[in-house]
Structure formats: structure tokens, C-alpha cells
Ligand binder design. Structure first.
Ligand SMILES: Cc1cc2nc3c(=O)[nH]c(=O)nc-3n(C[C@H](O)[C@H](O)[C@H](O)COP(=O)(O)OP(=O)(O)OC[C@H]3O[C@@H](n4cnc5c(N)ncnc54)[C@H](O)[C@@H]3O)c2cc1C
Length: 287
């Protein structure tokens, strides 16, 4: 399977890349890791006239904290997997990274590319929904910041304009006392999620100060379980609260039956994973 022929452009600065996008608009596609775009082109689900490869642009490849965590557009899943900072401070991200496909895909695929691709089975969007992240986009000289909850609109659909480049994803400071995890049900190692659950909690003493929960592969887009988040905020993690939050997440899920399982099974797995994650957080508090 070969893609349709296209012109390959390799700008060395963000400004040049944005000018090329402004010129070619919907006829062009940005190439980051290529792990989703290239397969789509080979299958001819995408047939852009121009590919704008952003990999030569400097300044998009760093992960750093400056009040919040910035993950640049060329940060690979592998970079997250290997980051000591992420392991120490952002456990939901650290848990998700090694569960994404295999080392080949993780070495090239980017976090920001995954968000732009907006596959409802993508793992990163759930983590970013749980962590209340924003995506930062440039269009010419203009920059805008969009909460991931508004950025991802539906299957393979975002609010990104064809002339915009997403430059980073920005994650709020989780605070000093946090819990985070990502749980993923896969048919086999490296598979896309049958169900995935991201949980991120910030604590004030024994009480949850802020809760974030994102659900993967159980709807037309990744789901932010806002009712469960609201229930948990200000609460202590006792058995009743955990059970109610898990129920609310299962109710928020909107899965369909397919080769990976029935809708009822997937909804039940959401309940199980949310309950497991919150019980693990409660056990950590009790220790
Ligand atoms: C075999 C295989 C298994 C996989 N399994 C999983 C899995 O289990 N879980 C999972 O989450 N993902 C999985 N993926 C997807 C993988 O994580 C992709 O790398 C990711 O979804 C897209 O990142 P990318 O950098 O490769 O983006 P690309 O393929 O380069 O781009 C994807 C789309 O986003 C756009 N885009 C990318 N970056 C930008 C930007 N900065 N600004 C504007 N637009 C941009 C592109 O134009 C394109 O439309 C798998 C992929 C493969 C090939």
C-alpha cells in the first residue's frame, strides 16, 4: 500500500512551517511522529498534497516545568516513559506511556500528535483530560490556548484550524500531595485500549482537593467524567464515595459493542478500573 504522491516540505523554523500551512491550508498536513498519519495515507484515508514535517524545528522537543508542565510538540511517548520528572510528579502520565503500543511507535509518536489525531482509542487524551491540560496552538503570530476538553470534539475531530500548529500541551501543577494512574484493558500487549481509565487526584490532607478522570475507548471521543470529578472534590475516599464515583463513570461511558467486547462489558470495566484506582489512592492515604 502506497500513499498518493505528495510534496514534502521540511521547514526549519515554526514561522516557516506556519507560513507553509497558511499557503496550503487544507491541502497540507503536519507530520510529527507519523505513526497515525502515515498509516492513514497508506490506506488513502488521507491524501494531502503537501506534508509539512515539523521534526527539524528546534524548541519543540522539551519537557519542562515552569509553574506548569510544558510538553512540546516533538516530545515522544518514549521521552515521557524515560523522564524522571514525570515519574516523580506526574504518575498518570508515567503509567500511561509504557502502555502505548510498542517501543517502535513510542520512539516516534508524540503526545501532542496523539491529541491532534483525536482517536477515541488514544490513551493520551484521557490522561490530559484527567489532568485538566490545555493545548497551545499557533496560527501565524497568534497563539491560543484550548482546554483539551474543548479541543477534542469527536472521532478524529478537533477544534484545530487547518492553518494552526499545536506547539505544546500544558499541564497544571499537580500540587505536592497527588495520586495518579492509568489503567488499560488490552486484548494483548501493545493493542489499542478496549477500555482505559486515567485518574489524577490532588489531596488536601485526607480530602480530595481536585479530581480528574478521563475514559478511553468508551465513546465517540475520550470522555471527561465530570460528575464523578465533582463528587470526589472535597470528599474523603471512603467505600461509599468510591462506589458512587465508579458508578458515575460507568454511566458517563457510552461504549459500543465490537470485537473488543460488548458495551455492557466495557461499561463494567470502567466501573472496575475507577474503583481500583480510587481504592489504591485511598490505601496510599491510609499507609
Ligand atoms: C501499530 C500502532 C499502534 C498504536 N497503538 C496505540 C495505542 O495503544 N495507544 C495510543 O494512544 N496510540 C497508539 N498509536 C498511535 C500513536 O500513539 C501515534 O503516534 C499518535 O496517535 C500520533 O502521534 P504522531 O506524533 O505519530 O502523529 P502524526 O501521525 O504525525 O500525526 C497525527 C495527526 O495529528 C496531526 N498533527 C500531529 N502533530 C501536530 C501538531 N503539532 N500540530 C498540528 N497537527 C498535528 C497530523 O497532521 C495528523 O493529522 C498506535 C500507532 C500504531 C502505528
Amino acid at each position: 500500500m502506497f500513499p498518493r504522491s505528495f510534496d514534502y516540505l521540511a521547514p526549519e523554523s515554526l514561522d516557516d512551517a506556519l507560513s507553509m500551512l497558511a499557503e496550503h491550508g487544507e491541502d497540507a498536513k503536519v507530520l510529527a511522529g507519523g505513526q497515525s498519519l502515515i498509516p492513514l495515507m497508506k490506506l488513502r484515508f488521507a491524501a494531502p498534497d503537501y506534508i509539512i514535517d515539523i521534526n527539524r524545528i528546534t524548541g519543540l522537543g522539551s519537557v519542562h516545568e515552569n509553574g506548569s508542565l510544558s510538553v512540546g510538540a516533538l516530545v515522544r511517548t518514549h521521552d515521557i516513559e524515560r523522564s524522571e520528572l514525570i515519574r516523580r510528579r506526574y504518575p498518570a502520565m508515567a503509567a500511561a506511556a509504557p502502555l502505548i503500543s510498542d517501543p517502535l511507535v513510542r520512539n516516534l509518536g508524540t503526545v501532542v500528535g496523539s491529541l491532534c489525531h483525536a482517536d477515541p482509542q488514544g490513551d493520551w487524551a484521557s490522561v490530559m483530560l484527567a489532568m485538566n491540560a490545555d493545548i497551545v496552538c499557533r496560527n501565524g503570530a497568534a497563539e491560543r490556548r484550548i482546554p483539551v476538553s474543548e479541543f477534542v470534539q469527536g472521532p478524529f475531530t478537533t477544534t484545530l484550524d487547518p492553518t494552526e500548529i499545536a506547539t505544546e500541551v500544558d499541564i497544571p501543577d499537580p500540587g505536592a500531595d497527588t495520586f495518579g494512574t492509568y489503567m488499560k484493558l488490552e486484548r494483548k500487549v501493545g493493542d489499542f485500549a478496549s477500555v482505559g481509565v486515567a485518574v489524577h487526584l490532588s489531596f488536601d490532607g485526607r480530602k480530595v482537593e481536585r479530581a480528574g478522570i478521563g475514559l478511553t475507548a468508551v465513546g465517540p471521543a475520550n470522555i471527561k467524567a465530570t460528575e464523578a470529578e465533582q463528587l470526589l472534590a472535597g470528599a474523603e475516599l471512603d467505600g461509599g464515595t468510591i462506589a458512587r464515583a465508579a458508578d458515575l463513570c460507568a454511566e458517563a461511558a457510552d461504549p459500543h459493542s465490537d470485537l473488543r467486547g460488548s458495551a455492557d462489558y466495557k461499561r463494567a470495566m470502567v466501573r472496575v478500573f475507577v474503583s481500583r484506582a480510587l481504592n489504591a489512592a485511598a490505601a496510599g492515604k491510609a499507609a
